[in-house]
Write a protein that binds this ligand. Sequence first.
Ligand SMILES: *Cc1c(COP(=O)(O)O)cnc(C)c1O
Length: 451
Amino acid sequence: MKPHRALNSLLAKAALRTDSGRKGWQARAAAVLPGGVNSPVRAWNGVGGDPVPIASAKGARITDASGRMYVDMVGSWGAGIAGHAHPHVVSAVKRAAAKGLSFGATTDGEVLLAERIRERYAPAERVRLVSTGTEATMTALRLARAATGRDVVVKFAGCYHGHADPFLVAAGSGLATAGVPDSAGVTASTAADTLVLPYGDEEALTAAFAEHGDSIAAVISEAAPANMGVVAPPAGFNALIASLCRNEGAVFILDEVLTGFRAGPAGYWGVERDAAASGIGPVWTPDLVTFGKVIGGGLPVAALGGRADLMEQLAPVGPVYQAGTLSGNPVAVAAGLATFDVMDAAAYERLADAADAVREGVTEALMAAGVTHAVGRAGTLFSFFLGLDKAPLTFEQVSAQDTKAFVSLFHHMRAKGVSLPPSAYEAWFVSLAHDEKTTRRVVDAASSWRP
Ligand SMILES: *Cc1c(COP(=O)(O)O)cnc(C)c1O
């Protein structure tokens, strides 16, 4: 580096460490990026204050532009399952990058990643790699509509399936935080083809099929809802969706973009499959399934998979068009493959231990402080609902939580060096890097909170 460049870079770094430097970045972000962000869940509208831009992250820790370090409980919204900058993942990415960034032709890595997904997740008989979860769910619905010749999609209030028009009706995640039931710019005719039901309501689902069965192309559901806080599916609910779809000629799209390879080694479907194998609950299979987040290990990879006869209706074999310039990008795929390497059976046990430690420790802390709360849990995913005394099932029940208390908890945890998701409607994410020391730090921080 030339001397003056080195000096400039030092000065820039020093400037970032000062409050005015940090505010400078926040102001610049807000002046050029709407809301200062490229995805609304990153904004602090739900908790107040201004997020400081992130400079770097390593393992379970994240460092902001002012040099403050936090235990990270966001983990790129679940994508960072192995921990930030895991050496095996980083070196795989470097090696892939050195071989070329993108070719516009199939690579061996894409075949390997699709095979990995199918090995762990048998219902994904065929796989198409895309770049975002939104593309995966959007394509799954197009495929379902083509295969059935029907228009209507059934979704559950509070479930988030990305930002394609048909799903922006009573969605969770950023929309739940903002309290926006719907998005401007979605046409009435699009919304009319989306039927929204309360989550977990077997009667409502059965009635919807009785009334609209002939026009229902698909039912889409998060395998376990995790975008309105974490909601455990009631026993047999996923199985009921599967059997109604089968009997009525509709397609069951299981959205595992968040839960896939996170709730357990075979997603939340795997959690229920294993339970069924030990005699708890029925065996069921989705027709189509969507993945994202974990399968890219922090780079943009998502996928849809499912029954071969459905998947083979995708172009170029069949009439359903779907494409992507950067689909199956070799560098992104390398990150996904390396993440699968790291996430072996022992790793999932460690992940479960970390999740248990935080969930149980924070629960005890809240109990000791006399804070009314409920815990939502699905495999290694969990969240807390302050002010509720019973784990909620529907979005309506979730919405009764005490979001003011969460705001207080959020800022307290931050002051204690723990970075929670900036919303009461999100899961708390652990990674492989969340060791005993780290999880104790989170629990200790929660222990000193008084609402
Ligand atoms: C994150 C998420 C999506 C959307 O994925 P993007 O990659 O953000 O487009 C879809 N479904 C669920 C369940 C998700 O959690």
